[in-house]
Ligand binder design. Structure first.
Ligand code: BJW
Length: 250
């Protein structure tokens, strides 16, 4: 990415008060967390339909929990990177700011982001299959698999959204509301393949927002984005932030 590619975005930010960010697993790649697709993606080693579906869990909950336990280990050791930190800083940079994430790793919160919309749940939370109660548990590794509900003894499942499952209605409505209410949306580190998350930039654009994609590789969104920054989130976002601050100072 050439630095002056940021200039039109800086000009846009001069006239923009309402900013939204949609993130995907690519933002956590520089923290050492594998993405889902691509060369080193999680799906390369494990077939999605074997692990991230309600059917897979029904068939073999132990296997699915082993996968989550392994990922909890990786995520537990990971630290937020400069991409997460820049986005956290933006909530105090712009007068209206929303963060919507597909990630379940909680790294945005650890970087200081307050109240991101988590579309696909959170890996540190578990849900009781009998009572539906959600509890948080940060033990890594889990002492026994599959884990059991401490109150009723029923099996717990990860509090995440698998393929074929509906997203929480309030969460989804909140996300579409924020998308329709922004003037500029940054779409960072997502392949833009998985819906309904991938529809959020389209909804924002339809409501008049400009779309900036930040991704080292092309995605189906690239064609319709107003600006494409081909680079890693952990480098591109801090560079943009430095330019914003320099512009304010001058
Ligand atoms: C970097 C980088 C760096 C690398 N810096 N970038 C419309 C059309 C077609 C299909 C559907 C549709 N609507 C619904 C569907 C079906 C399905 C779907 O979308 N399928 C498509 C794959 C075809 N969707 C669903 O099933 C959803 N449910 C649903 O719609 O329910 C309807 C319903 C209603 C009523 C009753 C019942 C049902 C649910 C989707 C749930 C997705 N779940 C997962 C797992 C979450 C839990 C877990 O983590 O274990 O969510 S799947 C996985 O994909 C995960 C992610 O959040 C999601 C998106 O992936 P992401 O983040 O984009 O990662 P990658 O790997 O794909 O991309 C990484 C990107 O980063 C790449 O582009 C890199 O280049 C880039 N990158 N390094 C910046 N340093």
């Amino acid at each position: 990415m050439v630095e002056n590619e940021l200039d039109p975005i800086l000009a846009l930010l001069d006239r923009t008060t309402r900013v939204a960010v949609l993130t995907g697993s690519g933002i956590s790649a520089e923290s050492g967390i594998p993405t889902f697709r691509g060369e080193h993606g999680l799906w390369k080693q494990f077939r999605a339909e074997e692990l991230a579906t309600p059917e897979a869990f029904e068939r073999d909950p132990g296997l699915v929990w082993e996968w989550y336990d392994w990922r909890r280990g990786i995520i537990g050791r990971a630290e937020p990177n400069d991409g997460h930190r820049t986005i956290a800083a933006w909530q105090d940079t712009f007068s209206s700011f929303s963060l919507i994430t597909q990630n379940i790793d909680g790294l945005h919160q650890r970087a200081g982001s307050r109240g991101p919309i988590e579309l696909h749940g959170n890996i540190w939370k578990m849900r009781c299959l009998r009572e539906g109660t959600v509890t948080e548990c940060r033990d890594v590794p889990l002492p026994s698999l599959p884990p059991r509900c401490p109150t009723c003894g029923a099996m717990l499942r990860p509090h995440v959204v698998w393929f074929g499952e509906a997203l929480d209605q309030d969460v989804l409505e909140g996300a579409f509301h924020r998308a329709a209410a922004c003037d500029l949306m940054f779409v960072v580190g997502t392949s833009a393949l998985v819906h309904p998350a991938a529809s959020l930039p389209l909804a924002a654009a339809q409501a008049g927002a400009k779309i900036v994609e930040v991704n080292p590789d092309p995605t189906p969104l690239s064609r319709s984005a107003d600006f494409v920054l081909r680079g890693k989130a952990g480098q591109t976002l801090p560079l943009l932030q430095r330019k914003i601050i320099d512009k304010w100072k001058s």
